[in-house]
Design a protein around this ligand. Structure first.
Ligand code: COI
Length: 359
């Protein structure tokens, strides 16, 4: 039995309208899951050329049914993306930020994980449909964004280790505010050199679901000690910065910015790429290279970037029991980049780079 038969179907007369999202407290969104109305589902079928995708549809948001022997449940054959839709000022629709980049990153990850992927056009269209169907859940301007979570998974049954016989592309949405419980306040990281996130030749550079559960042990331990999250070092030398569990990292010294080069062990973040461009435009030199923990300790400023995180200033990094503090606040590069980036994303500043896509 095909699991899609059990999906709640969309009644087209029943699309979301422009009403607000019920009783939701827009001022205290955080990053918790508020279920929305619809999700997008596209399933590969044997008729699709080369096991790709041909047609998807919006369905009521709800549980899905999966074979206990699906590739994703047994062998973690799965990828995800993170994106945000912002409400434009004055009721002028919504904006997505560089959605083609997410589509291409999923295609690249799918190649690594032996999965078919949606085309860029299919991906972007599906994201737009999901935003429109859930438009009453897009927070008011300045209160947050509608977070989109595209998933690609081996949904077909497989017992021996091999690519699954069938794949599902799904997008769900949830209104979100700030990622860290600190809100926009600076975060405190700890370097845990007993654990590593990725290794050369592994999958650190693609957004596979398998990269995320393995960081939970260190993250839970760090939080129990009062830290916000964990900063990982490379697994070979235990010396060079990689990334934080859910975001990329940058260090600033004078007019020089450095961030770990994305050479297979760190995620090539779309916010990371955008921030590199914005910092260069502001006259900073930005290098993507090996960045040692000694260099971080000596930095003026440290910040993290990611779709969920946006640009998060780091007030301290604790390494081998020593707490190192950094500059935060109004005159920092992190603050400037946060304002510039979110103004473009929210349609408040002119987008002369063509990064935003209207919905
Ligand atoms: C995002 O920033 O969108 C991510 O996918 C990271 C996730 C752990 C929240």
């Amino acid at each position: 039995r095909r699991w899609q038969s059990s999906l709640p179907q969309l009644d087209h007369a029943d699309r979301s309208d422009e009403e607000s999202g019920g009783e939701i407290d827009w001022d205290n969104l955080g990053f918790g899951l508020t279920p929305t109305d619809y999700m997008y589902v596209m399933r590969s079928s044997p008729e699709d050329n080369g096991g790709g995708f041909s047609r998807g549809e919006l369905c009521r948001y709800g549980n899905i049914e999966l074979s206990p022997s699906s590739g994703v449940l047994n062998y973690a054959q799965g990828l995800f993306e993170g994106m945000k839709a912002y409400r434009r000022q004055g009721g002028g629709g919504y904006t997505l930020f560089r959605p083609e980049e997410n589509a291409r990153r999923m295609q690249h990850g799918a190649e690594r994980m032996c999965m078919p992927a949606p085309t860029v056009d299919q991906f972007v269209r599906a994201v737009k449909d999901t935003v429109l169907a859930n438009r009453r859940w897009v927070p008011p301007q300045g209160k947050g964004a509608l977070y989109l979570r595209p998933l690609l998974m081996g949904s077909g049954p497989i017992l021996g280790l091999a690519p699954a016989p069938e794949y599902t592309f799904l997008i769900y949405a949830a209104p979100v505010g700030n990622y860290f419980k600190e809100g926009l306040a600076p975060i405190n990281l700890v370097v845990d050199d007993a654990f590593h996130r990725a290794m050369p030749g592994g999958t650190g550079g693609v957004k596979t679901i398998a990269n995320y559960a393995p960081v939970l042990r260190a993250q839970v331990d760090a939080k129990s000690k009062g830290f916000t999250d964990v900063l990982y070092l490379d697994s070979v030398h235990k010396r060079y910065l990689e990334e934080v569990s859910s975001c990329n990292v940058f260090v600033v010294k004078g007019g020089a910015v450095a961030t770990p080069a994305a050479r297979g062990t760190i995620l090539p973040g779309i916010t990371r790429k955008s921030v590199i461009e914005l910092a260069r435009e502001r006259g900073y030199s930005v290098e993507e290279r090996l960045v040692s923990i000694d260099e971080l300790v000596d930095a003026d400023e440290v910040f993290c970037t990611g779709t969920a995180v946006v640009v998060a200033p780091v007030s301290s990094v604790t390494y081998q029991g020593q707490r190192h503090a950094f500059r935060t606040g109004p005159d920092t590069l992190a603050q400037e980049l946060y304002t510039t980036l979110t103004s473009i994303q929210m349609g408040l500043a002119e987008d002369d780079k063509g990064w935003t896509v209207a919905v």
